[in-house]
Design a protein around this ligand. Structure first.
Ligand code: KIV
Length: 265
């Protein structure tokens, strides 16, 4: 798609029903992101989510995705300790679900891990820029690569990941001109989130773009619908109708023969 100039679409999904919707919409790739720590599990950061929790969600997503490529996110500390652990955990995703690739965060420092995973036959998506697993090191969720040395490092990290065998690279919260330069410098596609329009594809967290997550959305999010509001209104209406005995109505109920009923009485 990169060589044909066709933009790649990616969205996150974390369960069967959402994966079905995303798949049916023709989205190219589904990322089971460790952002599920926030959106599905209610944590403040992505750090607490475990491999077992990720596998549970990846399996559900794979059951709903018939066509889209499913990418499973390696959670914090599932690949940093050793190459052996990184391989074992990457392998778990492919053995225990039908996911076909893994994603991990970082550049030069994890390049040899990327190479080992790729050498085991597992496709790898890289992730540079704002890498939420390093939030404490970065001092918060901020745009990355703004000064010369940070921009040069990001470009070098991108080249390094491509050389190590990554087939795709997520760029998160990177200035538009830098994302353009990285995209032009690589043979592999870049997928941007808060990285401007020149990336080879775009990804959003589905809870953000559907307005499901009641937090203040980052600047780069476009809310296509406000589902939080619609769902809240439906729940309120349900409560009112049950209280007023207007739900269930006759159309929601089952009947039985008068004769049988008479015998019961
Ligand atoms: O975990 C996630 O959802 C991600 C995307 C923001 C790219 O890594």
């Amino acid at each position: 798609m990169k060589t044909e100039g066709k933009p790649i679409t990616m969205l996150t999904a974390y369960d069967y029903s959402m994966a079905r919707l995303v798949d049916e919409a023709g989205i190219d790739m589904i990322l089971v992101g460790d952002s599920l720590a926030n959106t599905m599990l209610g944590y403040d950061s992505t750090l607490p989510v475990t491999m077992d929790e990720m596998v549970h969600h990846v399996k559900a997503v794979c059951r709903g995705a018939e066509r889209a490529m499913v990418v499973a996110d390696l959670p914090f500390m599932s690949y940093q300790v050793s190459k052996k652990e990184a391989l074992r955990n990457s392998g778990r995703f492919l053995k225990e679900s039908t996911a076909s690739a893994v994603k991990l965060e970082g550049g030069l420092e994890i390049a040899e891990t990327v190479r080992a995973i790729v050498n085991a036959g597992i496709p790898v998506v890289g992730h540079l820029g704002l890498t939420p697993q390093s939030v404490h090191q970065m001092g918060g969720y901020k745009v990355q690569g703004k000064d010369e040395s940070a921009a040069k490092k990001l470009l070098a990290d991108a080249r390094c990941l491509e050389e190590a065998g990554a087939f795709c690279l997520v760029l998160e919260c990177v200035p538009t001109p830098l994302a353009k330069l990285v995209t032009e410098s690589l043979g592999i596609p870049t997928i941007g989130i808060g990285a401007g329009p020149h990336c080879d594809g775009q990804v959003l967290v589905i809870h953000d773009m559907l307005g499901l997550y009641p937090r203040q959305s980052p600047k780069f999010v476009k809310k296509y619908v406000n589902l939080h509001e619609s769902i809240a209104a439906s729940l309120k209406q349900y409560k009112e109708e049950v209280a007023a005995r207007t739900f269930p109505g006759p159309e929601h109920c089952f009947s039985m023969s008068e004769e049988v009923l008479k015998k019961l009485y």
